[in-house]
Design a protein around this ligand. Structure first.
Ligand SMILES: [Mn+2]
Length: 407
């Protein structure tokens, strides 16, 4: 007998940072959480699992309209076997105001108390307590009952466990307490990175089903559990995401343009390895001390396009979500013939009248920009903001000056 454990599906949530992008094909962006969910149901059918467990945050928040709930109902009809549903902080009982009759094969854990379900034909008991509200400060697992003798006992729990990582603390619990409960498997949800906190008994965060922003990188999916004679014999991660996020980090120290492109190519190759031919979204970060710094500042469009071209050359689809330039100029550049000019350039920041004029110009520019562009540009709003960007502004100016000199 097998069962599938998933969590943090966040159905119909957007892909952050990509909403305003018209260079990405709609079929790549649209409904990625739905397509991943369809793939999960297909896996459940192909593996002929006995049932599916969803450990919270099936929904991202209140439904925009009824299509989210209807999509779930359609998939449950396809599944045609039991599905046990727990509500987490994102789809707590009080958060979701719209509702549809649950499909007949879905059992939802109560949000008032810990509720148990038995599947006698499979020798399984499941125990779960749904979130009544978004915030649950107490350890819900304390109220879970003793294991039912002679059955495989599964605890279903939405919790930040001991280490919330970048997530909020909800229903925290101790791994030792979960172990002591005497269950065979804890189907956890909430942490979006896959984690196996304990083996025998198993305590598992499957991670979310589909990465939705630049920090949710790598293969995403669910956990397939195999049971023989009421004992767990295999716990496997299955990637079922339809779009994958990667972090591309390239150290540009000491490289010329050609070598930098070659290193970007290598980074793309490494990132796509094991990517199963899926479309990828990359956040590109360039680091290191390089005389290319000034050139790179003005080249974000080219670098993004080059990265995509390199991926296409390898037979893969990849887009750059954002370029983070963390490079800096080598020190000796300040000792060259431009040094007196640089001094004069930076001295401008000590002139209150000039600072005021610059800030007024930036404010005027900001007013003319659409909100997305304004957020992306992070225009300086005060003297400290000007100072923070002065070094890069000088690098750009110096680059232009020396380029003219060379011409
Ligand atoms: Mn959650």
């Amino acid at each position: 007998m097998k069962f599938l454990h998933a969590a943090d599906i966040h159905l119909d949530s957007p892909l952050l940072g990509l909403q305003a992008r018209d260079d990405l094909p709609a079929e790549v962006l649209r409904h990625s959480t739905r397509r991943a969910f369809e793939a999960m149901i297909q896996l459940a059918i192909d593996e002929d699992v006995a049932f599916v467990v969803i450990a919270g945050d099936l929904y991202d928040g209140d439904w925009k309209d009824f299509s989210t709930g209807l999509f779930f109902a359609e998939q449950m009809r396809r599944l045609a076997r039991p599905c046990f549903l727990l509500r987490g902080n994102h789809d707590a009982a009080s958060v979701i105001t719209r509702a549809l009759t649950l499909p007949p094969n879905v059992r939802e854990f109560s949000s008032r108390t810990c509720q148990s379900f038995e599947l006698p034909e499979h020798g399984v008991a499941l125990h779960g307590h749904s979130f009544p509200n978004r915030a649950v400060p107490e350890d819900l697992s304390a109220g879970y009952p003793a294991p039912r003798p002679g059955l495989l006992n599964i605890g279903v729990l939405h919790s930040s466990a001991e280490d919330p990582g970048e997530h909020q603390v909800y229903a925290p619990c101790r791994v030792a307490h979960l172990v002591a409960k005497g269950y065979d498997y804890w189907a956890l949800g909430h942490i979006h990175a896959r984690q196996v906190l304990h083996e025998r008994p198993w305590i598992v965060f499957p991670g979310n089903l589909q990465g939705r922003h630049a920090r949710e990188t790598g293969a995403k999916g669910c956990t397939l559990v195999t049971v023989e004679d009421r004992r767990i014999v295999a716990v496997e991660h299955r990637a079922i995401d339809v779009l994958r996020w990667v972090a591309l980090e390239v150290d540009a120290t000491g490289l010329d343009q050609e070598a930098l492109t070659a290193r970007m190519g290598q980074a793309v190759r490494d990132a796509l390895e094991g990517g199963e031919g899926l479309p990828h979204i990359a956040r590109l970060t360039l680091t290191g001390t390089t005389s290319l710094h000034g050139t790179l500042l003005g080249e974000s469009e080219r670098l993004a396009a080059e990265t995509r071209a390199l991926a296409l050359g390898l037979g893969h689809d990849l887009w750059v979500e954002a370029l983070k330039l963390r490079t800096c100029l080598p020190q000796e550049r300040t000792d060259d013939m431009l040094a007196p000019l640089q001094e004069a350039f930076l001295a401008g920041l000590d002139d209150p009248a000039l600072v005021e004029t610059l800030l007024r110009d930036f404010a005027e520019l900001a007013q003319r920009l659409p909100p997305e562009a304004r957020a992306a540009l992070a225009l300086p709003e005060d003297a400290a903001g000007l100072r923070a960007q002065a070094a890069d502004a000088w690098a750009l100016a110096a680059e232009r000056l020396t380029a003219q000199e060379r011409a």
